[in-house]
Design a protein. Structure first.
Length: 109
């Protein structure tokens, strides 16, 4: 994942973990509509530090632990806590975000 302003990369690239299967992260263009530094998911009860929401509950946020753990995303874009903290200072409410692609090794119909 990376962030561009015009043609210039201003953040990243960094490794992320996205949703899969029926919880896959939706592709598309949206805007950051809400930011919450110490968010707790109301659906799953999990911490979502440095959450920046862009599409109906999906957000960029940090995780405690490893991106390669057995735990998966339920649609959000997970990243290391240090990367999420840095991204917090880069994106602003109203910034456009574009997501595309899917997890390697997974095919979606």
């Amino acid at each position: 994942m990376w962030v561009q302003r015009g043609r210039r990369i201003i953040f990243g690239p960094v490794r992320v973990r996205t949703g899969y299967g029926r919880y896959r992260t939706r592709n598309g263009m949206d805007r950051i509509y809400w930011k919450h530094r110490r968010h707790i998911s109301t659906l799953y009860g999990m911490p979502m530090p440095y959450a920046q929401f862009f599409d109906r509950g999906e957000a960029f946020h940090g995780i405690y632990g490893s991106l390669t753990s057995r735990h998966r995303s339920f649609g959000c874009v997970n990243m290391r806590l240090s990367d999420a903290r840095r991204l917090w200072n880069v994106l602003r409410r109203g910034d456009r975000v574009y997501r595309w692609g899917h997890m390697p090794g997974h095919r979606y119909a």
